[in-house]
Write a protein that binds this ligand. Structure first.
Ligand SMILES: C[S@@+](CC[C@H](N)C(=O)[O-])C[C@H]1O[C@@H](n2cnc3c(N)ncnc32)[C@H](O)[C@@H]1O
Length: 334
């Protein structure tokens, strides 16, 4: 469905000028077709503008679209030259380099263009195709900080179009495998290309890195990996009322009995508390951490002091929730 929509958007409106003309065509007929073509082009432009405008009005996007505060500045972002002639897409590649661990960087495509109204209407949740949300950036930084504690099999759930956190684990930690996942097909198409690009650049060492569409509410997707992952990670996915319970269930089922889940999310009203309640009801041990990283905490305090007009802790500061099946082994607070 998503692929069809994209193709439909790229397809130019049927142009009478592209029809083979015969000698019998007169100038006036050509003028008429030119006019018709201009009108069609103008209409198409207008429609495109309306669709672009409309997509911003979608409640699904508005729910998380307060982007006045966009980043904790934990990664620098450098545009890459389009050297790769095989890459026919218009999308720009960028290098995300950790500010605090500059030896680690990933090659990303983090701008898939505007989300089209067709995609909003016809495909699954598109919030992961808009930007890398601050929680994902913070999770990626946290994973670099704690890279020595990762082992075995790691899975990112709801990673959006970059899965930056899982990618940083794949790049920096000595783990066997990393599965990058999301429920949105377009996100995962991008993530797959991101994996290829980073693989070619030799970023992953011997770690096996893969991606797939994995929906928390899809029995087939979950049962394929029951009890498999030592670490599950997830950023800014708790606000979706209709999927919160299935996210808890997916984490519980995918996590190895001795594994743990790292969940980063802002409070977003009561949504984070509701998630924690559900996790407890599902029999998981839950701990909540506010001060888990010195650099992130410093930015938070600075924004509270100096950036009150753009920064709202409730929607911008990610808390860290740790979930395990048994007692929690060590503290992730500072
Ligand atoms: C706000 S985005 C966060 C994306 C990314 N983690 C970030 O912070 O940049 C929420 C993500 O959850 C994914 N999602 C929502 N419901 C899902 C479900 N039932 N199964 C799998 N993924 C889901 C969406 O596709 C989207 O990418």
């Amino acid at each position: 469905m998503e692929r069809n929509c994209t193709t439909a958007e790229k397809r130019k409106p049927a142009s009478p000028l592209r029809r083979k003309s015969t000698n019998a065509d007169t100038c006036s007929a050509r003028a008429e077709t030119c006019d018709a073509n201009d009108v069609a082009r103008a209409r198409w432009t207008l429609l495109r503008q309306v669709l672009r405008q409309k997509q911003l009005e979608s409640p699904e996007i508005q729910q998380v679209s307060v982007r006045r505060f966009a980043t904790f500045d934990l990664f620098s972002r450098e545009l890459l030259e389009a050297k790769d002639v095989c890459d026919t897409s218009d999308a720009q590649w960028v290098e995300y380099r950790s500010v605090h661990f500059p030896e680690y960087s990933a090659l990303l495509r983090d701008n898939l263009g505007p989300v089209r109204v067709n995609e909003v209407l016809n495909s699954f949740d598109n919030t992961g195709n808009i930007c890398v949300w601050p929680s994902e950036e913070v999770m990626a930084h946290y994973c670099l900080q704690k890279r020595h504690t990762f082992k075995g099999a790691v899975c990112e759930l709801g990673g959006g179009m970059t899965c930056l956190g899982g990618l940083m684990v794949a790049i920096s930690a000595d783990v066997k495998e990393v599965l990058l996942s999301d429920g949105n097909e377009k996100s995962i198409q991008n993530v797959q290309e991101v994996i290829e690009k980073n693989k070619q650049a030799g970023k992953f060492g011997s770690t096996h890195v893969s991606s797939r569409v994995l929906r928390w509410d899809c029995e087939k997707d979950i049962s394929a990996f029951e009890d498999h992952f030592d670490v599950i990670m997830c950023a800014d996915c708790l606000f979706l009322d209709q999927y919160r319970a299935s996210l808890v269930d997916a984490i519980r089922r995918l996590m190895h009995p001795k594994g743990m889940a790292l969940v980063f999310a802002p409070r977003r009203s009561e949504t984070l508390s509701l998630f924690c309640e559900l996790a407890q009801q599902a029999g998981l041990c839950v701990s909540q951490h506010q001060q888990y990283d010195a650099q992130v905490w410093d930015v938070h305090l600075k924004m509270q002091r100096e950036g009150k007009q753009v920064y709202d802790e409730n929607i911008h500061y990610p808390l860290l929730i740790i979930l395990t099946k048994g007692p929690q082994p060590f503290s992730h607070s500072q």
